[in-house]
Design a protein around this ligand. Structure first.
Ligand SMILES: NC(=O)c1ccc[n+]([C@@H]2O[C@H](COP(=O)([O-])OP(=O)(O)OC[C@H]3O[C@@H](n4cnc5c(N)ncnc54)[C@H](OP(=O)(O)O)[C@@H]3O)[C@@H](O)[C@H]2O)c1
Length: 257
């Protein structure tokens, strides 16, 4: 297996933003590439986003790391999703089992694909803390390289077991919902409140939240989604050092409370 560390970087999520709107995808993905974003997360669940993402990457596919998912009850359906992904993307760098769907059944053939070098890393995802025990069991098999979890100042359950476990096992962590599905960025603290974070390259509340996530050394990639081409540059900037210490993270937690 190759080097596991993927970050710390900001990637791009694709749930509920451009879907099958190829023109919108083109604008957002071009802006993301221009901002230096390389990790693109998608899923067969995201209403056409995989195909739009592939079309948007077009001639720049080799600059991207595709993190997509298998979301299927049967291995036949899972293999069919993978076949289409290979048509769209050529290959899949990070293949994740979405919402733990039939993960024990899917894992065998996916490991075969990894062994043959057609997939670089295997992962799994779930958004609900009620399923974190099962995620932990799956990680302890040591058959996964990556795990995707929700993490933001309002959702910190992963700190209890999954982040320490991923660090101990050398498993990369991709963070979904860094803005709590947009909830956390609906209201921004004042410029005065954010002033102590300016020395860390933070100009906006969105950047403060992303830097809060990535300053946890156990995290590799944060994947905020956006439907606005002006935002990838803002978000990507939060993926560069200097990182927050305990004091700055505590400030962000207070501002988010
Ligand atoms: N595996 C799973 O179970 C699962 C579940 C959920 C999500 N995910 C993955 O994780 C990704 C991220 O999670 P998410 O999409 O649920 O939520 P999120 O990234 O926490 O929030 C997305 C929202 O933030 C807004 N936004 C983005 N950048 C902003 C900025 N700089 N300032 C202000 N608002 C900003 C977007 O609005 P605009 O469009 O207006 O920019 C959008 O409404 C998903 O897209 C998906 O790839 C996976």
């Amino acid at each position: 297996m190759e080097e596991r560390r993927l970050g710390p970087v900001v990637g791009l999520g694709t749930w509920n933003t451009f879907g099958s709107d190829a023109a919108l995808a083109g604008g957002v993905v071009s802006a993301a590439l221009a901002a230096g974003i390389r990790v693109f997360d998608s899923s067969p669940m995201y209403r056409g986003a995989e195909a739009s993402l592939a079309a948007a990457l077009a001639t720049r596919r080799d600059e991207a790391t595709i993190a997509t998912k298998i979301w299927a009850d049967s291995t036949a359906e899972g293999r069919e999703q993978y076949r289409r992904q290979r048509e769209w993307f050529g290959r899949v760098e990070i293949e994740q089992i979405h919402n733990l769907a039939a993960w024990r059944a899917q894992l065998g053939w996916l490991e075969e694909e990894r062994k043959e070098g057609r997939i670089d890393k295997l992962g799994l995802t779930h958004y609900a803390s009620t399923r974190f025990d099962e995620i932990a069991d799956a990680l302890r098999t040591q058959r996964f390289d990556v795990v995707q979890l929700p993490y933001n100042p309002h959702e910190r359950e992963v700190e209890r077991e999954l982040l320490p476990l991923a660090a101990e096992l050398g498993i990369a962590v991709i963070v979904m919902r860094p803005f709590g599905e947009g909830e956390l960025v609906r209201r921004s603290p004042s410029a005065h409140d954010l002033a102590p974070l300016r020395a860390f390259g933070v100009e906006t509340w969105g950047q403060a939240l992303l830097k809060w996530v990535l300053s946890d050394e156990r995290v590799d990639v944060a994947i905020p989604a956006t439907s606005r081409p002006e935002r990838p540059a803002e978000n990507a900037a939060a993926g560069r050092p200097p990182w927050f210490g305990a004091e700055e993270r505590a400030l962000v937690e207070r501002l988010a409370a």
